[in-house]
Design a protein around this ligand. Structure first.
Ligand code: MLT
Length: 268
């Protein structure tokens, strides 16, 4: 079922349990946001890429307009994304950032047939360390005690590079504070219990681009370069961006993704 406006504007779609917005036309490309965000992470990017693909920006469970119901793990979320892609009757170029990347790796492992290519942005294949898990538990306790807003503020300050425009922080804060405490806690638990997928990187046979902000403090370029090496993927570093290049440097990211897709068409 589709609702909303057609044409240039993004169209709200409820074709599966996940809500999403569609922009543009062409082969299907699905965009998976990071934590604690929603489909709006991709607004600038899909505006530039809609001439090349039908860009479907998803709200992951509990975020934006998607229900939290039944999505307790990264694998569950990947299964829902596979269902969404299948509902379009085709495979997809899948683009994801950070938590979206955790979902992409699970998606490729569990449903390789729905994935035509991957763009892995500012993400990692490793599971959380014990210290990382303890950090998630502390954040869960904070959300239980004070609600989402203090976490939204902290993430808005921590994710972009220090030189990011003030509206980037405001956009992250707006997206994060839109999520319910239950949704934020569920996402934190899903990330804390995700599998380590480093061992499966060498099994990724579809064309893959690994992209990272040069100033990403959460998933730094060294780790992203190692991941690209293990996959045999193309690697692009976005100068001056932190953990959210699609907001911080949308034109450079769009150019890198569009060139990657064009290359695929030539060599594929
Ligand atoms: C994200 O951007 O999705 C998160 O920073 C990922 C994480 O906390 O591991």
């Amino acid at each position: 079922m589709r609702s909303g406006h057609s044409g240039e504007r993004a169209t709200l779609i409820h074709m599966s349990l996940l809500a999403s917005r569609s922009t543009g036309s062409g082969p299907l490309a699905v965009f998976l946001h990071g934590f604690p965000m929603d489909h709006r992470l991709w607004d600038q990017l899909v505006a530039q890429l809609g001439g090349y693909r039908q860009c479907v920006a998803v709200d992951l469970p509990g975020c934006g307009d998607s229900s939290i119901e039944g999505a307790t793990s990264i694998d569950d979320i990947a299964d829902r994304v596979a269902e969404l892609i299948t509902s379009f009757g085709a495979d997809a170029d899948v683009v994801g950032l950070s938590m979206g990347g955790y979902v992409q790796l699970a998606l490729f492992e569990r449903h390789p047939d729905v994935v035509r290519s991957l763009v892995l942005m500012d993400t990692r294949s490793e599971a959380d360390t014990d210290e990382g898990k303890a950090g998630r538990m502390a954040l869960i306790e904070q959300v239980e005690a004070t609600g989402v807003d203090p976490v939204a503020d902290a993430m808005a300050n921590a994710l972009p590079a220090t030189q990011a425009a003030p509206w980037v922080k405001r956009r992250i804060r707006t997206m994060a504070s839109n999520s319910s405490p239950a949704a934020v806690i569920s996402a934190l638990q899903a990330m804390a219990t995700r599998s380590d997928r480093t061992g499966m990187l060498s099994t990724i046979q579809v064309p893959t681009l690994v992209l990272v902000g040069s100033d990403d403090a959460l998933t730094p370029p060294d780790g992203a370069r190692r991941m690209a090496g293990a996959i045999g993927a193309k690697f692009v570093e976005i100068a001056g961006a932190g953990h959210v290049p699609p907001l911080e440097r949308p034109a450079a990211v769009a150019e890198a993704v569009q060139q990657f897709w064009t290359q695929q068409a030539v060599t594929g």
